[in-house]
Design a protein around this ligand. Structure first.
Ligand code: MSP
Length: 512
């Protein structure tokens, strides 16, 4: 079995500092990276910044800064955010790096050599904000302004010499690729949109611009810079040291297992990207998942609308793990979601403090008072014990399958359900009433500690800091967290010391 797993986030435009939408893409990717890691995969998790193009050039001009200096500063805020979010990424790529230039130039040269690119003239609509070309049908006139129907961003008329990629030629091969790889695009609804877009007819794609200079030059014609999306998408290869196809990293990790992106950039990833790759004789990625947006009120967040939610502010007020938990649990994955203070606070109080925090605190305090801070020796498990313990092993395969379909909601619901069940088990078994049955009392505590261990492992991809705090009391460190060990009902060794546990989550008092 191939035990490598390559996952990517989109690379972010450093045109302004990061917001909650960016944090969302990254946290979701981290969830998958961490779960694969504890399943024993050799994971490569990539994120970074997309630094070329007219959008960045204009933003730098507006700030009166040299574009590279401008990118250096803002890219750093994205890199810092990766640490603040506790991402487990292995690399952070910037498209202004040398390694990336080499990859893009190489891919361009292959496409040109294979006669997939030709020189002509582009005249049509362009949105600098989306870095996208739009046809007449895709734009509308609002208050005398031409805007893109899909994104609402302003478009401008562009007329210039341009290189074109023969996208039209790849219409049929793409349709065949989608039908041979029915899970290439998820969720299903988005796949249908893409397929009908491709079926409606693909036009050749302008892949160079002449009217500005901030980008990678076309190797054979330095008057042109390569279209920023062709440049940006190639980051997924350059981080693997492409064009060196003999490089171990490339051999191990390409094709990527999962490009996690927002739904607004699906066309670039699910149409243009596989077309470029097929044309260059490189395998397309295995999956592109287009998630929904984090809305501010009813609208997508954007700098121009001035409705940005700042992840750092929320983390400073509530902590990182509550934010991660909220985004993974409360946003139905694949759909748009919202962050509200009330819902976030209720998540912290009821799920994190009452459900998880309380379970850990109660069981460990009881253990300390009655047995001492060590794993008790247990007697035979009875039916109640086995029914709750085995529930994990019985569902592990299913959990794995659902995770492989990016069904985060199934995973989180399963964990929350186990938390409820574990609390109920402890209540129902009432070990405080079993002081004259010491073997049974110890067995109940043992089972409860096992439940805490299993649940904490499942929580690791969601709230890694807190999960580690709990696992540390059993002296399980990060490298020792194994998904498969959840099946083992007797992992904890009797007589082993347990460490004390501080309060995990403080409840938020509602003063309203
Ligand atoms: N630079 C391109 C991606 C190139 S990938 C080869 C880009 N950058 S972006 O900074 O505008 O957006 C990056 C990601 O953040 C996209 O997946 C986008 O969907 C996501 N989000 C931006 N705003 C968002 C929300 N409000 N909610 C959720 N994600 C959204 O596009």
């Amino acid at each position: 079995m191939n035990k490598n797993f390559y996952i990517t986030t989109p690379i972010y435009y450093p045109s302004a500092k990061p917001h909650m939408g960016h944090a969302y893409s990254s946290i979701i990717a981290d969830f998958f990276a961490r779960i694969k890691k504890i399943q024993g995969y050799n994971v490569f998790f990539l994120t970074g910044t997309d630094e070329h193009g007219q959008k960045i050039q204009r933003a730098a001009e507006k700030a009166n800064k040299d574009p590279l200096k401008f990118c250096d500063e803002i890219s750093k805020t994205f890199k810092d955010l990766s640490s603040t979010l506790n991402l487990s990424n292995n690399d952070f790529i910037r498209t202004t790096e040398n390694r990336h230039f080499k990859s893009v130039e190489n891919l361009w040269n292959i496409l040109e050599k294979k006669k997939e690119i030709y020189l002509s003239k582009y005249s049509g609509w362009y949105s600098v904000s989306d870095e996208a070309f739009y046809t007449e049908d895709e734009i509308e006139n609002i208050n005398g302004k031409k805007i893109s129907k899909s994104s609402g961003s302003t478009v401008e008329w562009v007329e210039e010499e341009s290189f074109f990629f023969k996208l039209s030629k790849w219409q049929e091969p793409l349709l065949k690729f989608y039908s041979d790889n029915p899970k290439f695009i998820l969720p299903e609804t988005r796949k249908n949109e893409v397929v009908s877009f491709v079926k409606s007819g693909l036009k050749d794609l302008s892949v160079s611009r002449k009217s500005f200079s901030w980008g990678i030059k076309v190797p054979s014609n330095k008057d042109h810079v390569i279209y920023v999306w062709l440049d940006a998408l190639t980051n997924y290869l350059s981080a693997l040291n492409y064009p060196n196809e003999n490089d171990e990293k490339f051999k191990e990790f390409w094709p990527a297992d999962l490009h996690l992106i927002g739904k607004d950039i699906l066309r670039f990833h699910a149409v243009y990207w596989p077309a470029f790759l097929l044309a260059a004789d490189i395998k397309p990625p295995k999956r592109v998942y287009g998630h929904g947006w984090i809305l501010s009120g009813d609208e997508k967040m954007s700098k121009s609308k001035g409705n940005i939610l700042d992840p750092i502010e929320i983390i400073n007020n509530y902590g990182l793990d509550p934010l991660r938990y909220y985004l993974l649990k409360e946003v139905s994955f694949g759909n748009d979601g919202n962050i509200s203070k009330d819902k976030l606070e209720s998540c912290i109080n009821s799920d994190l403090a009452n459900n998880y925090g309380n379970l850990c605190q109660r069981v460990i305090t009881f253990c300390e008072k009655n047995i001492g801070l060590e794993i008790p020796k247990f007697d035979t498990f009875n039916e109640d014990d086995l029914s709750i313990l085995n529930n994990f092993d019985n569902n592990l395969k299913k959990l794995d399958q659902e995770v492989n379909n990016q069904n985060i909601n199934f995973y989180v619901e399963f964990v929350v359900d186990q938390l409820f069940k574990a609390n109920k088990y402890f209540n129902d078994q009432a070990p405080w009433g079993k002081k004259d049955e010491p073997d049974r009392l110890k067995t109940i505590v043992y089972v409860s500690l096992e439940l805490i261990r299993k649940i904490s492992i499942l929580l690791y991809p969601i709230i890694p800091n807190t999960s580690l705090k709990v696992l540390n009391i059993f002296s399980i460190n990060e490298n020792e967290i194994k998904f498969d060990s959840i099946s083992n009902n007797e992992y904890l060794r009797p007589k082993k010391k347990i460490l004390k546990l501080d309060i995990l989550f403080k409840k938020i008092e509602n003063n309203d």
